[in-house]
Design a protein around this ligand. Structure first.
Ligand code: C5P
Length: 283
């Protein structure tokens, strides 16, 4: 049987606000995320044998249950009592431990691909519920696009508006694991971000008001640990970016630019400063 290929785009946070700590140790979040044209690819094909095989072009990728792609396949096999197997190939383009949602997007793409391969007829809501068992950013990645995300990550509402921009993304040569960032958040003193305003400005197609409202409540924690994040932001803004912000829990930083010329200037200013620089567009 032929393979099914699913695209797994990276995301950036236009906004991330922390509402409070939950009893389960997680946090109630409000976020706005948008997908960008920097994508991994998941290719799945059926195996007669009852097993899950994962391979990747990136030698650093685990090919066992430490990989969310494997976890997604395992969960679906158990939930739907699938007795055959699957071979999954992961083509990796999104940097890992970057705050760009690569692992979550790979897991979501695996769910979409296996829904087709095994003709499971899962609804979006069912795929979102399944994704939540893998990680908090997986539900958003099921449909991706431009959405408001609330709760622990399980409430996903597509935003009724089109937001389009050039995006210069930088991944510093260090990673930050999300689970080491949240415990250091001081909820009394975080910089709050007004997510309602970001959503309204996207719906109203008001770019200037949107960039003024953008913010990430995790930035202070990650910048205190890695001041280089602030240096990237400063460089982006001084070379003409409309706005520069850390995405997710970092360490990646993105700049928004309305013109390609402006984006090129930002890319050039980062030469010799950061190795991993991507010029992409929102999807
Ligand atoms: O769900 P996931 O494993 O992706 O989350 C990684 C870490 O992020 C968790 O261990 C937790 O520290 C933090 N987190 C949180 N509240 C959320 C989502 C994630 O505290 N809503």
């Amino acid at each position: 049987m032929a393979s099914i290929i699913e695209r797994a785009p990276a995301k950036i946070n236009l906004g991330l606000d922390i509402q409070g700590k939950r009893e389960d140790g997680y946090h109630d979040l409000e976020m706005v995320m948008v997908s960008v044209d920097l994508c991994d690819y998941i290719s799945v094909s059926a195996l007669e044998e009852d097993c899950i095989q994962v391979a990747s072009d990136c030698p650093k990728m685990p090919v066992n249950a430490k990989n969310d792609v494997f976890k997604a396949a395992q969960l679906i096999k158990e939930n739907y009592q699938i007795k055959s197997g699957v071979s999954i190939f992961l083509t990796k383009k999104i940097p890992v431990c970057a705050g760009m949602g690569g692992g979550s997007s790979d897991a979501a793409a695996t769910i979409r691909a296996l829904n087709q391969l095994w003709d499971l007829k899962m609804s979006t809501a069912e795929m979102i519920a399944l994704g939540m068992e893998i990680g908090s950013d997986v539900p958003y990645c099921i449909e991706a696009g431009c959405s408001r995300i609330s709760g622990k990550g399980e409430i996903v509402q597509p935003i009724d508006g089109h937001f389009s921009s050039w995006v210069v993304l930088v991944k510093p040569d260090f990673g930050i694991s999300t689970r080491t960032v949240f415990p250091n958040v001081d909820l009394e003193n975080i910089s709050r971000v007004n997510i309602d305003t970001i959503v309204e400005t996207i719906e109203g197609n008001d770019y200037q008001a949107m960039i003024a409202a953008m913010g990430n409540a995790l930035e202070d924690v990650s910048i205190a640990r890695k001041p280089f994040i602030q240096k990237i932001k400063d460089k982006m803004v001084s070379s003409g970016a409309d706005v520069a912000l850390m995405t997710g829990s970092g360490p990646s930083v993105f700049a928004l630019c309305q013109s390609e010329k402006q984006a090129n200037r930002v890319v050039n200013s980062l030469k010799g400063f950061c190795k991993e620089v991507y010029k992409v567009r929102t999807l």
